[in-house]
Design a protein around this ligand. Sequence first.
Ligand code: 13P
Ligand code: SF4
Length: 305
Amino acid sequence: MTVKEIQDEILRLKQENDICILAHSYQAQEILEVADYTGDSYALSKMAAQAANHTMLMCGVRFMAETVKILSPEKKVLLSNTIAACPMAEQFDKELVLRFKEQNPSYTVVAYINTTADLKTVCDVCVTSSSAVKIVRSLDAQDILFIPDCNLGAYVAKQVPNKNIRLWHGGCPVHAAVKVSEAQQAKASHPDALLLVHPECVPGVAELADYIGSTSGIMDYAVRSDRKEFIIGTENSIAEHLQYLCPDKRFYLLSKSLLCENMKATTLVDVLNCCQGVGGEEIVLDSETLAQSRRCIDTMISLGG
Ligand code: 13P
Ligand code: SF4
């Protein structure tokens, strides 16, 4: 089958089987083309909660499918490829957080949305990369433990200097691997380009950026800007998608190593298999996990995240 034939069959099957396809912006172009919704992790969950379909198929990583399930517990939620899991989401476990809370009762635990549903059950509030600064600023708490990403946490701490923000040493192995020297070299090679980076990059790289923001933030910035050249400091698929969206602009990779193999685990054939009812994995969460992780996400929503 050609890519086009597979896409046509997916489009037919998703209608026949009442499936809504959600694709994170890090997915390949041929997957984005068959999706009902595309965007960053939080935008996709919000769209999923509003969609009327019986089945939601998440083309992304496991914590994203779990977030869809938490916000839409009555729906059947499928993860497109069972091995697609964000390593950062699994860096800390519940027991560690519970012990910290016991020893540090004044602290509010803020969890990046890139965490398992299980970990969210013992955290106080969730944030996304686009809402982290706003949520932390608006919290009625002075002492904050920010997990798991110490780079995003350091970025938030810089923007909210009046709070005592404690960090643990976790983070995204893909973004954190970008070296300051690579950013310096990219800027030297493309002196007219703006450097746009995700806050999961190390502070030394973020300091060199012209704009720091979430996946959607970076895309919106580049699309709206009057400038013509950009160095993209997040997963390399974003440079490719931007090049499709803005053929008159030029997008350069910050680093060849900005490839998330988990995000890339899903293929178009995986999507076809899921639509045929023979692939992926159904997300199942018990009622206690659903309720407690939902509390963490609802607190974020109530604070405007
Ligand atoms: P966004 O929340 O910006 O979609 O980020 C998800 C992610 O995994 C970034 O690496
Ligand atoms: Fe996780 Fe990093 Fe991949 Fe995003 S890019 S899914 S944070 S490993």
